[in-house]
Design a protein. Sequence first.
Length: 201
Amino acid sequence: MAVAGNIPVVVSRNTVETPLSKADLSAPRTSVRSNLPDPSYAIAVTVAAPGAAGVGATAVTVIKNNTVAADVKNTAIVSKYGIAVSADVTDTTIMAAAGIAAGGTAGITGSAATLVNSNTVRADASTSSMRTGGGVSVDAVNDTVIRMLAGGINAAGTAAVGAAAVTLVSDKSVDALLGQVTMDDAGNVRVKADNKDDIQM
């Protein structure tokens, strides 16, 4: 009998924060930004061969729990040409699990791909005052691309059994908050919380 297993685990737990607190600022332009590019690639293949029986099992797990925040707290900002507060995550996950088993009488494969995504993205200017003659933007963006695949190949003389499972748990928080704004001239005010998901399983 040939038995083989492969169980890779990837954990991404980053904190990216740009805090601005209890300040009085005067500048032509003001920008507060936090950014996290977070690519993850997890690909595993298990091969069990040969013997009276071949058993191959593969399980790939990716856990993402990132916090990205641009916080402007209890601050007075005067900027003639504009104010921008932004937090953004570019989150790409490519994962695949495959089991290959070859046995004289029986081949058994099992593969599983599991992704847990619980990012927190926050652009918060809710407790601050802003004065500008330009525009004001507060943006929180989580841009996610996910590709997940699980499968197996069996080659056996009398019996072949295969099972595959793909699981995605998505529990994200994306918030954009704005407090008091005074516009000296005509200008645009934008408050945007945007979660984009491109998922193929």
